[in-house]
Structures are given as structure tokens and as C-alpha cells.
Write a protein that binds this ligand. Structure first.
Ligand code: IPD
Ligand code: CA
Length: 263
């Protein structure tokens, strides 16, 4: 795909997130959301998660009818163009429901199996993070870089917990082994924005096990285009449900700490 075609995918993505962010916030402020649960009693989905996904897919399909889609709320379509859109229509739904900042709309475009464009929009802070592979990462159009902190002891690390109670207990026991080796830990509640927080230096590192591809696709590209490494627990840059993200100086130490904690 040419740079001009990638630019047009990014522009389309930006215009689509712009269409959904306002109504998502307005519906939250109106306080009358229909809520269902999914994988567990705490894994919630609102009418706005579904509306956002439907709206995003409809808007992209109108512009690019041959593309494929995979969305958290079930949107699935195999395309023929080589472009696959990976959508989390609201990442951080628990925050959204509780009116806690830290939820986002996350859209990535994969071209022939590689994520090439990523956009994560935070409607509360009015920030849009974006990246095109090879062209750096931006927040509201301005370049961002990850921190170059080399030492774990003064690093602020983000993480998250899954919806399954036994998975959360395992994650808490890993956290016990991590927290004494770092400055402190944050659980902000939306993995896509956590990755963007690493991209712009609000966190020095982030890790979480159990993430889905729609949680990571856009934010992972944004973090890596901001200079961070985004890998699995072996330090390999391949898709895995365990994501370890930090600047290059810190990343080996964080991987080492997490490997020891997972033993
Ligand atoms: C969740 C958020 C959360 C993370 C969970 C995800 P959702 O996504 O990203 O921060 O800890 O693992 O499932 O369900 O709010 O889209
Ligand atoms: Ca979601």
C-alpha cells in the first residue's frame, strides 16, 4: 500500500472516531444506558458499545466496501481487499459505565496481516492518539515519544485485570511480585489508552495478560511508533495475549521481572 493510501486509511479512521465520540459521551451523561453482561457478571456491554461498533463498521464499509472487520461486539466480516479493521468500539467499558475517565474508541487497520494504522480516541481528555507504521506516533497531531527511563525502581508501571475472577487472582499474585520493584503501579482501566500512556510518557511501562487483539492493535502500533517495544513475555514482537510494553531501556528489565513473577 502506498503512503498516500495509508494516509487515506488514517484520515478515514479519524473521521469515524470523530462521529462516534460525541454520542458516546452524550449517552453516558444522559445516564440511561441499557446494560448487558458477556463473559462474566462483571464483563459489561452497553447499548453504546454496540451502537459505536455498528456505526464504525457502517461508515468504513460505505467508504471501503471490500474491507474486512473484526470487532469486540461481534462484528465480523471477511473482506477481499487485504485490509482488515480491528475495532474496540469502547475500550474500558467499566470506566465508561462508572463515569471514570480512561475509556476510548480504538480502531486499527491491518494491511495484509500487519497493523499499519492505529487510532485511539479519548473523548474525556479530548485527545486522539494516532500512528501510521513508519511515520511516528501523534497526539492531537503532535509527535509523542515514550520515556527513556532505564531503571525499574523509579518506573511507573500500568497494568490491568481480566473479567474472570480466577484470572484476576493470578494477576494479583504477579502484581505482588512486581510492586516492590517499581516506583508504583496504576490500573487505569482501558488497555488501549494504557498503551498510549506509554507512548507519551504518562507511564514508563505497561503489561497485561489476557488482552484481546482489539485491545492492543491500535495502541500497540501507537506505542511502538513512539519508540516503545511491545512484545510477549519472551520479549518477542509477535501477537500474544500477554503484552509487555516499555521504552527500549526499560523493556528488558520489565520482561525479566515479569518472567520471574510468572514462574
Ligand atoms: C478491557 C480494558 C481493561 C483491561 C481488560 C479489557 P473492555 O477492555 O481494556 O483495561 O484490563 O483486560 O478486557 O472490555 O473494557 O473493552
Ligand atoms: Ca470494549
Amino acid at each position: 500500500m502506498t503512503p498516500t493510501e495509508l494516509d487515506s486509511l488514517a484520515l478515514l479512521t479519524l473521521s469515524v472516531v470523530d462521529q462516534v465520540c460525541g454520542p458516546i459521551v452524550a449517552a453516558r451523561n444522559a445516564g440511561t444506558l441499557d446494560i448487558d453482561t458477556k463473559s462474566s457478571g462483571t464483563d459489561m456491554v452497553t447499548e453504546m458499545d454496540r451502537w459505536s461498533e455498528d456505526t464504525i463498521i457502517a461508515a468504513i464499509s460505505r467508504a471501503r466496501p471490500d474491507d474486512g472487520f473484526v470487532g469486540e461486539e461481534g462484528g465480523h466480516q471477511t473482506g477481499s481487499s487485504g485490509v482488515m479493521w480491528i475495532i474496540d468500539p469502547i475500550d474500558g467499558t467499566t470506566n465508561y459505565l462508572y463515569d471514570v475517565p480512561g475509556f476510548s474508541v480504538s480502531i486499527a487497520a491491518e494491511v495484509d496481516g500487519q497493523v499499519m494504522v492505529g487510532v485511539v480516541a479519548d473523548p474525556v481528555r479530548d485527545e486522539v492518539f494516532s500512528a501510521i507504521r513508519g511515520q511516528g506516533a501523534h497526539r492531537n497531531g503532535r509527535p509523542v515519544r515514550c520515556s527513556d527511563k532505564p531503571d525499574l525502581a523509579t518506573a511507573l508501571i500500568g497494568t490491568g485485570f481480566g473479567y474472570d475472577a480466577s484470572r484476576r487472582v493470578e494477576q494479583a499474585s504477579v502484581l505482588v511480585d512486581v510492586i516492590g520493584h517499581v516506583r508504583d503501579v496504576r490500573r487505569m482501566g482501558g488497555a488501549a489508552l494504557d498503551l498510549c500512556a506509554v507512548a507519551c510518557g504518562r507511564l514508563d511501562g505497561f503489561y497485561e495478560r489476557g488482552l484481546a487483539v482489539w485491545d492492543v492493535a491500535a495502541g500497540g502500533l501507537i506505542a511502538s511508533e513512539a519508540g516503545a517495544l511491545v512484545t510477549d513475555l519472551d520479549g518477542v514482537e509477535s501477537w500474544s495475549d500477554m503484552v509487555v510494553c516499555a521504552g527500549p531501556a526499560l523493556h528488558p528489565e520489565l520482561v525479566g521481572l515479569l518472567r520471574a513473577a510468572h514462574r
